[in-house]
Design a protein around this ligand. Sequence first.
Ligand code: HEC
Length: 115
Amino acid sequence: MDAIRHVPGSTQAFTIRQVDNNTGPADWFPEDHPPMPEVVAHGRRPGVNACGFCHYPNGKGRPNNAGPAGLPASYILQQLEDFATGGFRQWREEQLGQAKAQYDADDRHRQAHDP
Ligand code: HEC
């Protein structure tokens, strides 16, 4: 955890603990992007992790989330509002919803035949 790590092409050095800090994640390529807004670099306490932890300091994101970099500000704000109000449904939730509906249907079917 405390051994110093490097990545190819970066002059920076971090420990795994620093890389894994979700309120101040390591920035391997600070010259690669403009200064981060405070919430992107450090999140907002309580409860908001640094956006850059998941979406990277340059906003391009990891394969398992999204790359908000370059999207229109109005679109980003709309997405955040939809996350907060439930207007945005993640595909995982969709899958869970479908799985639950399937389970309920199977259960009713089974009960109808095996009361
Ligand atoms: C814990 C990881 C995590 C953090 C921290 C995080 N996000 Fe995300 N974000 C995701 C994931 C995962 C998705 C993709 C959701 C989906 O499509 O189901 C996403 C999607 C988005 C999108 C939608 C992009 C698109 O193409 O529609 C925006 C905008 C966004 N995040 C902004 C932010 C902002 C701003 C912050 C900081 C306040 C933030 N995120 C913090 C994981 C994170």
